[in-house]
Design a protein around this ligand. Structure first.
Ligand code: GUN
Length: 280
């Protein structure tokens, strides 16, 4: 079984991006800039944002974090986004989710210029991705996609099963696999015979948020299994895949932690550089 090392893949991607940033710096005499907006005190968000900032600096991007208390008015956040939209030194804008309930998430997402939307959450980018046009691609599915392609460069005709239908993961993951000519089944918590559906997959991407849902006898021999889940349980952080059982049947599997997570952040840096290149 191949244990897909997301930390190593992310480190390799960051090295490539570092070179690219230094080339862009010579060519344009400026570097891509990433601005992250963080509202409130959500503990996981604080950790993610700190890691994003650290990684951005490591590859040579200009990086800035703007923090607001969770009592901040929606208008203040929207005005800040408008300012960043106009700021030429800002290539990419990311508003960390979740947001406090009094702030309308969709309004925030739609205020970010599509050309600076490094998350790929703006309806314009969602539409472009589903139409097969150039767009920002959400970081987590992009990271999953790159790891799958490393294991299996030719995905044409493969059966892929995506477990979970979120806008962040399941839906964009489906689009990426479709583009590679996979036959994709989208499943979710209400799917009948989820086990039977999973068993058909040459590739399984589990992004449903249910601890260790995908069992060993749900997985076809030699399938590639990508685990997007991060679930807090009594025995610590576990994914959506029962790791021990599945590792006995899969050809390749991502661990949690150390799989998808590091690649998500590296892909955010990649997206920031892509936004910079498209705007120059
Ligand atoms: N919160 C958890 N994952 C993400 C992500 O990919 N983007 C943003 N903006 N917030 C998140």
């Amino acid at each position: 079984m191949i244990l897909i090392d997301g930390k190593k893949a992310a480190a390799e991607l960051r090295e490539e991006l570092k070179v690219e940033v230094s080339e862009l710096k010579s060519k344009y005499n400026k570097v891509p800039g990433l601005t992250v907006i963080l509202v409130g005190e959500d503990a996981p968000s604080q950790i993610y944002v700190r890691n994003k900032e650290k990684s951005a600096k490591e590859v040579g991007l200009k990086s800035e974090v703007i923090k607001y208390p969770d009592t901040v008015e929606e208008k203040t956040v929207l005005n800040k986004i408008e300012d960043l939209n106009k700021d030429e030194s800002v290539s990419g804008i990311l508003v960390q989710l979740p947001l406090p309930r009094h702030i309308n998430k969709q309004k925030v997402i739609e205020t970010i210029l599509p050309s600076k939307d490094v998350d790929g959450f703006h309806p314009m980018n969602v539409g472009n991705l589903s139409s097969g046009y150039e767009s920002s691609i959400p970081c987590t599915p992009l990271g999953c996609y790159l790891m799958i392609k490393k294991i299996e460069p030719n995905l044409s005709g493969k059966k892929a099963v995506v477990v979970g239908r979120s806008n962040l993961n399941g839906k964009p993951m489906t689009q990426l696999l479709l583009k590679e000519n996979c036959t994709v089944t989208i499943t979710h918590s209400k799917t009948k015979d989820l086990k039977g559906e999973c068993l058909k997959g040459d590739i399984i991407v589990a992004a449903v948020g249910i601890p260790e849902l995908v069992k060993g006898d749900w997985v076809k021999k030699d399938a590639i299994v990508i685990d997007v889940g991060i679930n807090k349980t009594e025995k610590g952080i576990v994914g959506d895949v029962a790791f021990q059982e599945v590792s006995k049947v899969a050809k390749a599997l991502t661990p949690v932690p150390g799989g998808v997570g590091p690649m998500t952040i590296a892909c955010l840096l990649k997206n920031t550089i892509e936004c910079f290149k498209r705007s120059n």
